[in-house]
Design a protein around this ligand. Sequence first.
Ligand SMILES: *[C@@H]1O[C@H](CO)[C@@H](O)[C@H](O)[C@H]1NC(C)=O
Ligand SMILES: *[C@@H]1O[C@H](CO)[C@@H](O)[C@H](O)[C@H]1NC(C)=O
Ligand SMILES: *[C@@H]1O[C@H](CO)[C@@H](O)[C@H](O)[C@H]1NC(C)=O
Ligand SMILES: *[C@@H]1O[C@H](CO)[C@@H](O)[C@H](O)[C@H]1NC(C)=O
Ligand SMILES: *[C@@H]1O[C@H](CO)[C@@H](O)[C@H](O)[C@H]1NC(C)=O
Ligand SMILES: *[C@@H]1O[C@H](CO)[C@@H](O)[C@H](O)[C@H]1NC(C)=O
Length: 462
Amino acid sequence: MRLTIGICFMVLSMATRVNSLVGITWGRQQTQQLVPSMVVDLLLQNKIPALRLMTSGYDIVEVFADTNISISVTLNNQFVWQANRKELAYAWINDRIKAPINKGVKIVELAVGSEPFSNTFYKDKRYDHVVGVLRLMRQSLDEMGLGHVRTTTGHGMDVLKVTKFPSEADFRDNIKGPMLDLLYEFNKTGTPFLIYMFPIHFVKDVLNYTMEFAFLDNKSGFKIQDDNATYTNAVEFMIDSLAWAIKKAGYPKMKIMVGQIGWPTDGYPHATAKNAERFHKGLLKFLASNKGTPLRPGPIHMFLHSLTDENLCNTTFGAFQRHWGIYQSNGNPKYKIDFSLQDRDDYPTQAKGIVKMPSRWCKFNGDKSNMNLVNKNYYLACKEADCTVLEKGASCGGISSESKVSYAFNAYFQKYKQDIDHCDFEGLGEIVSTNPSTKNCEFPVEILAFQDVLSNGMVLRI
Ligand SMILES: *[C@@H]1O[C@H](CO)[C@@H](O)[C@H](O)[C@H]1NC(C)=O
Ligand SMILES: *[C@@H]1O[C@H](CO)[C@@H](O)[C@H](O)[C@H]1NC(C)=O
Ligand SMILES: *[C@@H]1O[C@H](CO)[C@@H](O)[C@H](O)[C@H]1NC(C)=O
Ligand SMILES: *[C@@H]1O[C@H](CO)[C@@H](O)[C@H](O)[C@H]1NC(C)=O
Ligand SMILES: *[C@@H]1O[C@H](CO)[C@@H](O)[C@H](O)[C@H]1NC(C)=O
Ligand SMILES: *[C@@H]1O[C@H](CO)[C@@H](O)[C@H](O)[C@H]1NC(C)=O
């Protein structure tokens, strides 16, 4: 799925020699975005050596200059046309890759397209022309003296047929042609196959195995025996399924890199912070062991998806799409995770220097004399602001309908930076200073966005 979705040598040469790399992904579809320099600080403090940007990041990559953080940039499917001719490719690379590199940004990879052959996300649409653009980008990078920048394309598990055993895996028949073309390109340049993983979805909706199989701590004893290979968790199962498919396509030695792997905390069955903590604890222990999988023993490189929630992300595939963050969008960690692979039971470093807006909320004043008016305003608020947590089964799905209206009004008010005109709702809104949050349902207060901070508090619209 559009999962979304790192890395670390430098500071890890401590007592234990760790070779697997853990990076992180960052998407920026938020109402109030973290200041990029804070993100740099966050990665440095947590010793995360690699960042995958789910966009070209043209407006922010420069803050990563001289940090030695490896950056991967993505040219998304819908923008591939921006580079589909030689002169366009040159111009794009000049602007988005060469210029930042000249300023000291360590761009190591360009992902051309994102899940172009997905049948989960684009039912009727395919982006086969990504293959041609990938070739053109490779050639252009080489000609421009940027041969060290890898070119790749990220895929989801849905490029494979659904099978119950890894050894049965193969690419879907209807994408074999373009997939073989891509494999040929990857092999020619020694580029690993980039896979995006969403274990909850794979276990529940694809395999229909017990959810315990999604975790790597082997608590249930559930296992899949595939000839002489034993799988106690979905992550190894997924990697080896892909390894089998690649092998059958003629590339038994091609490396696999996990470009996105994560566990959302809301908006999907089993998507809670507690499960996300358990999943990552097992995953990072597995990586630290450098044990690898039956077919791919040894260290693995993975990017955890994702740094922060994205409350503007398209929710076509579900509310979970806005809840991938290890951090909330205000920079607070949601759960314990040790990016340094030392299995410490602690929260990661918090983003420093975040400025919150005042502690005030907008809520429904409770006037139910005209329910049409209430419903209309509720609908309008949710149309613009993020109400995904109010859905059935999500963290605020169980609050009263009156509280739901308050949640929506507040989300809208915070989105508009607590501008009092955005808590009117035809006389139904009121601003309060007591926090309406309940134990499981947090009514957020926004942070000052980076544009605001940069302009010294003068509010600029994005
Ligand atoms: C930069 O990171 C690379 C690994 O990505 C490491 O090999 C190198 O030693 C680092 N350089 C510095 C100056 O830390
Ligand atoms: C993969 O690349 C290697 C090195 O360039 C080459 O020797 C090999 O023939 C390639 N494999 C295929 C199947 O093209
Ligand atoms: C999933 O497995 C359960 C039993 O484990 C079965 O009852 C159910 O029908 C299966 N669902 C699908 C869609 O295959
Ligand atoms: C998983 O647990 C079973 C017993 O429940 C044990 O036999 C097996 O060795 C364990 N596997 C791993 C990889 O720890
Ligand atoms: C089982 O082991 C044999 C011999 O080591 C190997 O050739 C084969 O690929 C293995 N099968 C699986 C499914 O791992
Ligand atoms: C979400 O994506 C779908 C399909 O890509 C598109 O039709 C829809 O307009 C998008 N919705 C929003 C709110 O951007």
